[in-house]
Structure formats: structure tokens, C-alpha cells
Design a protein around this ligand. Sequence first.
Ligand code: CA2
Length: 150
Amino acid sequence: MPQLLLINGPNLNLLGNREPGVYGSRTLDDIVDEVQRHAASLGLDLVHFQSNHEGELVTRVQQASREGVSYIVINPAAYTHTSIALRDALLASDIPFIEVHLSNIHARESFRRHSYLSDIASGVIVGFGPSGYRLAIDAAASALGMPRST
Ligand code: CA2
């Protein structure tokens, strides 16, 4: 079974507990549980990793290369706008990835409009809340040539 790695960056562990007006009321565990089941229905094994630390995210991407991960779906959270280290790790990994943001980063503060990752991503999904992860899994499944579920 092809393996997908879902990565969530800093503070996303707080989902459902703070700022529901911006990020919704579902917890990260609840969202991950749903997308894991969705991935399985498409014949994909989805492993999740969340960290509040830039170096841990870099190390996890490096590990994904060694594990033969087929696709990465990543919400880098605030590191989107700051992290050349994460960009370099994703470039070095050679694993295709999709960047996801729960909120529409283009409709918020100007500093959120720039991403260090978007130009090297296969695609970017913003503004659809937790459904964005599901859309990203669908896109990854299609890119990997997985048959559609009924
Ligand atoms: O919209 C997104 O998904 C973001 O990646 C979320 C990041 C933000 O820095 C990006 O600009 C856009 C922030 C994640 C913080 O998550 C929280 C969740 C609940 C309560 C507080 C923060």
C-alpha cells in the first residue's frame, strides 16, 4: 500500500480548543481520524506527524525519504512563512507534496501571503478548513494512479 505522510506544524495541536472562529471547532485527532479513514478507502496508508519544533519537522521529512513515502500532505502552519530549512528538506526529499492551509492565507495579514513552500509544491489548497486535507488526499491518490472509490 502506498504510504502518505500528513504533517502538521506548530500550534495545530490546539485545534478545537482555541480560536474556533478562525480554525473551526474540530480537534486535530478528530480530523486526522477522518482523513486516515478516507485515505484507507482509497487504498492508501496515511501516517500523521505533528510537531511544534522546526527541526523535528525537518527530521521527519528526511526520515520519510528513507521510508519510501510516496506523497506528503503538509500544513506547515507559521513555518510556511519563515522556514527555509523546511523548504530545503522537502526539496532534498524529492517526495511530491501538497501544501494545505485551513484558513485562506491570502485574505488575512499580508505576512501570511508569502509561502516558502508553494512554488515547489505539487499544489496548494487554502481556505476550505479541514476538508482541505481530504481534497489533498484525493489529489495525491489521483497523482499516484489509485482507482477512485465508489
Ligand atoms: O490556515 C492555516 O492552516 C495556517 O497554516 C495556520 C497557522 C498560520 O500561522 C498560517 O498562517 C495559516 C496557525 C496555526 C495555529 O493553529 C491554531 C489552532 C487553534 C488555536 C490557535 C492556533
